[in-house]
Design a protein around this ligand. Structure first.
Ligand code: PMP
Length: 296
């Protein structure tokens, strides 16, 4: 049982907005905020297991990079950011779940394509998402089904911006097809999933797209590839096609909140036996075990 702070008649999350901890219904952002008007903002999602943060350093480093690529300041030091994450976990009594963080270029006096003056205060928001049982998701036993769709996102997918409309449409296309997610395809090759990196396994080799502007540099991807190499698996960072995925022995996705999630069907074709395979299962176990050991 969680005992959240009681704000009058309702138990609510406490969120962080621009230096203050407030009830979720008290957290207000201007209609002129560039995150709202222009999707001029970046975000991170850090997972919480056993009340501790998974790979906080990796997320902090990627946040810094996303901000720098957009010419934005980082309004918060890494130490303070860690403190805010921990405080939100504590106040909201999160055992398993996520912390969402968003930083925008702030709210100037009016709407304008040009960036606002440099002294415009940025907006920084963090909130918790409580997900009991996140690590024991039944989907990990069953595997998920994906469809392929054309990748129609902008070209700087390496920057973790909040312009998520196309991935959101992709998720709906997958649902409409009775599937769980969509793998996006560009020039005949898979880029990534709507909110995750994509992998296939052939023999003892794990194949996943090389880094570049075409995909988000997943924090979970980096960790999983490191663990795979430590476990003497071969890793090939190259692009692959939907046909290769359908012919693979296994397939899976990774993201902070799904860890390693097996994929058992691609565009209606079973991958391997059509059941969750041993390599994805093992990688999931290793990832969870090793990440928990170094969680902060
Ligand atoms: N690709 C995309 C497009 C994503 O949105 C995400 C998750 N936000 C990922 C990959 C996985 O990144 P991470 O492992 O850092 O969660």
């Amino acid at each position: 049982m969680r005992h959240l702070p009681d704000y009058g008649d309702k138990q609510m999350r406490t969120v962080y907005l621009n230096g203050e901890y407030v009830a979720e219904n008290e957290a207000k952002v201007s209609i002129f905020d560039r995150g709202f008007l222009m999707a001029d903002g970046v975000y991170e999602v850090t997972t919480v297991l056993d009340g501790k943060l998974i790979d906080f350093d990796g997320h902090a480093v990627r946040l810094q990079r996303s901000l720098a690529e957009l010419g934005m300041e980082n309004p918060i030091s890494k130490d303070d950011l860690l403190e805010v994450h921990r405080e939100l976990v504590r106040i909201n009594e999160i055992d398993q779940g996520m912390i969402y963080l968003q930083i925008t270029r702030g709210a100037p006096d009016d709407r304008d394509f040009a960036y606002p003056p440099e002294d415009t205060p940025q907006t920084i928001v963090l909130f918790t998402q409580n997900k009991p049982g996140l690590a024991d998701s039944p989907a990990a036993q069953k595997g998920i089904k994906v469809i392929s769709i054309e990748d129609q996102r902008w070209a700087r997918r390496d920057i973790k911006t909040v312009q998520l409309l196309y991935p959101s449409m992709g998720k709906m296309m997958a649902k409409a097809a009775g599937c769980d997610d969509a793998w996006m395809v560009e020039d005949g090759h898979v880029t990534e999933g709507t909110s995750n990196n994509a992998y296939i396994i052939k023999g003892n080799t794990i194949i996943t797209r090389h880094l570049g502007n075409e995909i988000l540099h997943g924090i979970t991807r980096a960790a999983v590839l490191r663990f795979a190499k430590e476990a003497q698996m071969t890793v090939e960072e190259r692009s692959f096609t939907i046909g290769e995925a359908q012919d693979a022995d296994e397939a899976f996705i990774t993201s902070a909140s799904t860890f390693v999630m097996p994929v058992v069907e691609v565009d209606g074709a079973a991958v391997g036996t059509g059941a969750v395979g041993p390599v994805a299962t093992r990688l999931r176990e290793i990832y969870l075990e090793e990440s928990r050991k170094v969680a902060v």
